[in-house]
Design a protein around this ligand. Structure first.
Ligand code: C2E
Ligand code: MG
Ligand code: MG
Ligand code: MG
Length: 287
């Protein structure tokens, strides 16, 4: 293993590989080992009510601390993992990790908020996906209503029977379904009509230029009206500025997520923030 020979070896590096493909090569190899090397962990990003500032839930986001490369962002390694069945292994690890965390919090007497889990299309296509969820809930005595699942439209475009049945079963057992990154990629209103979703998460790219860009203002206010008309809740992703928040509050967007309120943080930091938030009942941002 080049890894054990230190950082200065160029053993496997060939001139035909640029730095990027060199890195991809190693990442791909090392993702396999990341789980048992204990290099993966989760951070939690709060989701707050835009009206009251109350923390209503959190999204679990995977983190990888690679021994050589340092922090590798999920935007970099999830797509690589998605090329193989590895994404399912990682995905299962996340499910069990979240359920264990909820179990630990419950045991310490913490009043839970639902935790959202990101699920890849490949995972959702597995026949045993719902079983995995139910098994994890059973092992850790977790009520499925404590779990939200975030899917992307890539999961819905195949309109496969498996995905359809899986989503129906998930809803039946009380899991809330969110459509992530709404507005980009394969967006189609058909998906909203066809599937029994609960939440639309509007992609950050539509939030970035609020409230200055008129097109985005129109799109967001129409999306919120449409979602509410269809009985869906709306989450705005990537809210970073006070004037974005003010606009979203004015438009009666249900929830916000973003650096303005909190970056993704470690489990214990999240609990500290949750306790503080519950004491205050109102966050300073919302005066
Ligand atoms: P996502 O599910 O859309 O998650 C939102 C991303 O936006 C997260 O990036 C989050 O840290 C970031 N974010 C939140 N608020 C702000 C903000 O105000 N400003 C900016 N600049 N960014 C903000 P992250 O954690 O790097 O994750 C990237 C993507 O990787 C996620 O996008 C999701 O698609 C994927 N991912 C993360 N964890 C998992 C996982 O456990 N399983 C799967 N399948 N995918 C995951
Ligand atoms: Mg997400
Ligand atoms: Mg998203
Ligand atoms: Mg995204």
């Amino acid at each position: 293993h080049a890894k054990h020979m230190g950082k200065n070896t160029h053993q496997i590096y060939t001139p035909s590989m640029n730095i990027t493909s060199h890195k991809v090569y190693y990442l791909e190899k090392d993702i396999r080992k990341a789980i048992y090397r204990d290099e993966l962990f989760l951070e939690y990003q709060p989701k707050v009510s835009s009206k009251t500032g109350e923390i209503m839930g959190a999204e679990a986001l995977i983190r990888w601390e690679h021994s050589e490369w340092g922090r590798v962002s999920p935007g970099e390694f999830i797509p690589i993992a998605e090329e193989s069945d590895l994404i399912c292994e990682i995905g299962n690890w996340v499910i069990y990790q979240v359920c264990q965390q909820l179990h630990d919090w419950k045991r310490s007497g913490i009043d839970l908020v639902p935790i959202s889990i990101n699920v890849s299309p490949k995972q959702l296509l597995k026949e045993n996906f719902t079983q995995t969820i139910m098994e994890a809930c059973k092992i850790y005595s977790i009520d499925p209503t404590s779990l939200h699942i975030e899917i992307t439209e890539t999961s819905l475009i195949q309109s496969s029977i498996v995905v359809n049945e899986t989503l129906t079963t998930l809803k039946d057992i009380g899991i809330t379904l969110s459509l992530d990154d709404f507005g980009i990629g394969y967006s189609s209103l058909t998906h909203i009509r066809q599937f029994d979703l609960d939440v639309l998460k509007i992609d950050k790219s539509f939030i970035n230029n609020l409230p200055d860009q008129q097109e985005d203002v129109t799109i967001i206010s129409s999306l919120i009206t449409m979602a509410h008309g269809l009985g869906l809740k709306i989450v705005a992703e990537g809210v970073e500025k006070q004037d974005q928040l003010s606009f979203l509050q004015q438009q009666e967007c249900d929830y916000i997520q973003g650096y303005l309120f909190s970056k993704p943080i470690l489990a214990n930091e999240f609990i500290t923030l949750l306790n503080k938030n519950r004491l205050q009942n109102k966050h300073p941002h919302y005066t």
